[in-house]
Design a protein around this ligand. Sequence first.
Ligand SMILES: Cc1cc2nc3c(=O)[nH]c(=O)nc-3n(C[C@H](O)[C@H](O)[C@H](O)COP(=O)(O)O)c2cc1C
Ligand code: SF4
Length: 490
Amino acid sequence: MPQPSYTHLGGLRDIESFRRYLIERQINIPCDNTLITDSSSPLAQPIDIGGTKVGNRIAAQPMEGWDGTSEGRPTELTFRRWERFGASGAKLIWGGEAVAVRHDGRANPNQLVINKHSRDDLSRLRETLVTAHKQAVGSDSHLIIGLQLTHSGRYSRPNVHGRPEPKIVYHHPILDSRLGITPEYPVLTDQELKEIIEDFHNAAIVAAQAGFDFVDIKHCHGYLGHELLSAHTRDGDFGGTFENRTRFLREIANAVRAANPALSIAVRFSAFDMIPFRKEPSAETCGAPEPSGGLLPYHWGFGVNVDHPLEPDLREPIQFLSLLRDLGVKLVNVSAGSPYYNPHIQRPAFYPPSDGYSPPEDPVKGVARHMRVTRELKQRFPELNVVGSAYSYLQDFLPYVAQAAIREGWTDFVGLGRMILAYPSLLLDVISGRTLQRKLVCRTFSDCTTAPRAGLPSGCYPLDPLYKNSADALQLKKLKATKKTHGEDR
Ligand SMILES: Cc1cc2nc3c(=O)[nH]c(=O)nc-3n(C[C@H](O)[C@H](O)[C@H](O)COP(=O)(O)O)c2cc1C
Ligand code: SF4
């Protein structure tokens, strides 16, 4: 596919130019003309979640840093990141970061692991966040903090950077070969899945003891929970029917609820997906979908149109939300796709990560797709509290869109991922009437994704002073020049 042409948003002068940009390209997202810079801002309004008040509409998305010890314990860098999450002023902290429920389910050898020995570490991380939050906004009232529990499934790399040790639930006609999975490679058995359910259950007990308000049973981005949702071709209790494909979620939710009635359950899920994309050989071309010719109807996705696997189909995601509601889940985080096989839909960016591909569409369209789906789901489930994702590409215009999205009810919370790494207090600065610091705005350089692919800690290398001039930054620069990275991602 030839490169589509689009403008880098950093080049647009003001909000008027951005609004014109949207109209000219027929991109339908809400966008205010001016910012409300005091407590009457829609972003500053509290909201009730099942009887618990949350102080504003800003959510810090989970952002992992590849900086834990080999035993899965936090390091100084981890504590610093959680401090910045707290200082962001967000009153909803979604999980901090993905924490693996067992060693072999880690996405990288530096991912945090939760087990009965981690209670004090996690409790200290939480405390660090709360202290920074109090310093930033004066009080920790109506601050809600969750922990994201994960098993990385197909994308497990627990022992060595760059060495995949996949745990798959079915054979995938495109993704298997990318990880060197042969047709004989074993799939997780039903018994093994039951053991993992038990790990999630035990992890939730530890999270509750460490003081977290909720746990997220992660179902997004190609990891185990998400892969199970698309296990149409799997036999047994966890494959085939919708009921079987959601058994993993139901069993974890029921076990967690039985053991900890006071601990809330939340779910982050990929609400829509597409067939995997690949990098094209020529530098002049952008990423392209894998040929779907022999694979139709496409039975290896969740929230994908089986006849046109470049289009979402929300019928099952809607069924999924009905199930969550019936399970008593009140808080849902809408994400999409996977950073491994279609990063441009999951995390719209201008600059691709080292082994990614040039965006096949204007990244604003990717943001708009997320927002449209989130809005549709919110409209269908007004009783659920919804967090929207993938706003960071909007850069300087993010606050204008976020304010309008909350006011017009497109979402209950604006979730910030990369922007929190680059400029944690962006939205807090808006609602506090402080001047915005343009030099801190995330420009989607993707170094926070490229660095871990090179075995380095994730962080905002271009903008965060801690990383900017570090030895790791130098190494990253050299590796980018020689493209020696491991293909590791989130
Ligand atoms: C470095 C990095 C680490 C991430 N870690 C996680 C994670 O641990 N769990 C998760 O659900 N999403 C993770 N994500 C995805 C983000 O939460 C978010 O969905 C994504 O970056 C899009 O939002 P944004 O446009 O605000 O960045 C990560 C993204 C990045 C760039
Ligand atoms: S490295 Fe920094 S500027 Fe680049 S995408 Fe990540 S957070 Fe944004």
